[in-house]
Design a binder for this molecule. Structure first.
Ligand code: ADP
Ligand code: MG
Length: 539
């Protein structure tokens, strides 16, 4: 620290100050600061002989992603200590707040020996890092309260969204991970299912976190790849993180919402999710096992949709150049030719699931020794699914043909060609406008579809809209969904029920079913939730 030339405006020594020092600004040696570090804050006070009203800045350590010490060039004996903050700040335009980057860099040149300056700078950097690593007690669903010391694999889909994921990585994420001191490797996917195949064979011991920078589709691949491994039980415990780089960033929007921040979109959402990744708190996330008519099983972290929502999702693929707004455009187009879909829907209520223990907690998935076996072992490989929507704009998902029997046992589901058990509820209507099963809060950045869903509530939030709803009423529902107000809008056609398992048997000859926004084969499907099966970095 450099010798005092001006006294601080107030006594810097308060009982909770753990470090105090006086530094110069990195870019202007005539500007001097008194800096105090407490358990919660870095307090930066500009030193001046004349009182300046705005001379004190409080930076909360919970907003800090990292800090480092470094030396100057050869002619400069000084050392520097820099801390990186992402505090929530009010927006210049509109309402609400978003995380904005603040870098604080201080120069230390009090000592002759450059090594001593560097040691002092390093002491500050370490103290800031230790206090900004969140140490406040674990919260619900939290597995670890300390950040991981990890090597991170970042998977980027260069085709997602408007094709910007890679440039967003370059402009934001690379720097944030550096600031947080997280070594990482980048893998750019080359084609659909590249990531799925990669994680099936990946040596997971090398990695502490898998980061998915894309829309929801790439995470769908990664989760299914992990659960296709013989060691799926270990593999699915790999902490995952989502960074929004696609046009459908529903999980990213949900994670942001769970962190308690006001709604944001686009790059602000990316910075928020990048910040949460740097903080590295791991929570459990529900996964839903979905049986398709061929006997194949897929795992889903977000949604199962049929009817209006599935049609919009897939038909709006052609508007992906407008980014997240593609769903708004798609909704308006589909409203103009509203359809009715025939089918039978049935579900199991949580109160009737006898696997729930007395604390209301669902039994955890069974260990690897009791492997799931498919109802139709000799199911034929599902190659390219084209359904009746041969239209080129329809997203086609290639299902992996030879799924090994892995993943947890589905104890609630009978074979798909057997009737549902007597304790299931069969919905009396057979004509619908949509069926949407969700397990996270957001269906898209601006569709707050399941407001009371949490990451690991062990619930499928089932919504259906009965036929007979007018176009205007359906439009009102979607507009209300932006704020999550659709459930309190008293729409008589909308039903919301929380379930553990469900079955849908479509009777209309044509249609689209999506899982996490990806097309799956059209036909009967059934689903069961596995509480907290996966791990996700959250706030
Ligand atoms: P978006 O939200 O923009 O649709 P997704 O992450 O959902 O972004 O990706 C869209 C689709 O692209 C998914 O089906 C995913 O499996 C697939 N995909 C992943 N990597 C690539 C790639 N390199 N080229 C083409 N498609 C890819
Ligand atoms: Mg949930």
């Amino acid at each position: 620290m450099e010798p005092d030339t001006a006294p601080p405006d107030c006594s810097p020594v308060t009982p909770h100050v753990t470090l105090y020092g006086e530094f110069t600004a990195a870019g202007n040696r005539r500007v001097r600061y008194a800096v105090s570090l407490t358990e919660q804050e870095l307090v930066v006070q500009r030193l001046s002989s004349a009182p300046v009203p705005w001379n004190k800045v409080l930076l909360r350590l919970e907003d800090c992603v990292g800090s480092r010490a470094h030396c100057g060039d050869d002619s400069d004996p000084a050392a520097y200590f820099t801390a990186y903050f992402y505090p929530l700040k009010k927006r210049w335009v509109g309402s609400g707040s978003s995380r904005q980057r603040v870098e604080q860099c201080f120069r230390l040149a009090a000592l002759q020996d450059p090594r001593c300056n560097l040691e002092e700078a390093d002491k500050w950097a370490r103290a800031v890092r230790e206090r900004s690593a969140r140490k406040h007690g674990p919260r619900d669903g939290l597995l670890m309260s300390e950040p991981l010391h990890r090597h991170t694999l970042v998977l980027v889909n260069p085709q997602s969204g408007r094709g910007q994921a890679l440039s967003l990585y370059n402009s934001h994420i690379q720097r944030m991970l550096q600031e947080a001191g997280l070594p990482h490797s980048l893998l750019i996917t080359e084609r659909q299912n590249h990531a799925r195949e990669l994680v099936r064979d990946l040596n997971l011991a090398q990695w502490d976190t898998l980061v998915i920078m894309s829309g929801d589709g790439l995470l769908f691949e990664v989760i299914n790849g992990l659960l296709e491994r013989p060691d799926w039980w270990e593999a699915i415990r790999m902490p995952l993180a989502i960074l929004p780089g696609g046009s459908g960033n529903a999980l990213a929007a949900s994670v942001h919402h769970y962190s308690g921040s006001s709604p944001v979109s686009s790059e602000e959402l990316l910075v928020s999710c990048g910040f949460l990744l740097c903080k590295g708190l791991v929570s459990r996330m529900d996964l839903v096992s979905i049986h398709l008519s061929s006997g194949a099983r897929v795992f889903s972290f977000l949604s199962l949709a049929w009817g209006f929502v599935a049609d919009v999702d897939i038909e709006s693929e052609k508007y992906r150049h407008v980014g997240a707004a593609r769903f708004t455009v798609g909704t308006l187009v589909r409203l103009a030719c509203l359809r009715v879909y025939r089918g039978r829907l049935s579900y199991l209520l949580p109160s009737l699931d006898n696997r729930i223990d007395q604390n209301g907690v669902q039994n955890t998935p069974l260990p690897a020794s009791s492997l799931y076996s498919f109802p139709h072992e000799n199911c034929s490989p599902i190659s390219e699914h084209n359904s009746c929507h041969s239209n080129n704009s329809v997203k086609v998902t290639r299902r992996l043909a030879n799924l090994s029997p892995s993943g947890p046992v589905d104890s609630l589901l009978p074979p798909l060609d057997h009737p549902v058990p007597n304790n299931w509820v069969v919905v009396p209507q057979e004509e619908f406008v949509l069926m949407l099963a969700m397990y996270q809060s957001h269906l898209a950045e601006d569709l707050f579809a399941a407001p009371d869903s949490t990451l690991d509530d062990g619930l499928i939030h089932l919504f259906y809209v009965k036929a007979g709803i007018s176009r205007a009423a359906l439009l009102r529902l979607f507009l209300a969904m932006e704020k999550g107000a659709h459930l309190t809008s008293n729409c008589p056609h909308l039903v919301h029920v929380k379930v553990r398992a469900l079955r849908l048997e479509p009777q209309s000859p044509k249609g689209i079913i999506t899982v996490d926004g990806e097309v799956v084969e059209y036909g009967p499907v059934q689903a069961e939730v596995h509480r907290g099966l996966a791990r996700l970095i959250t706030g």
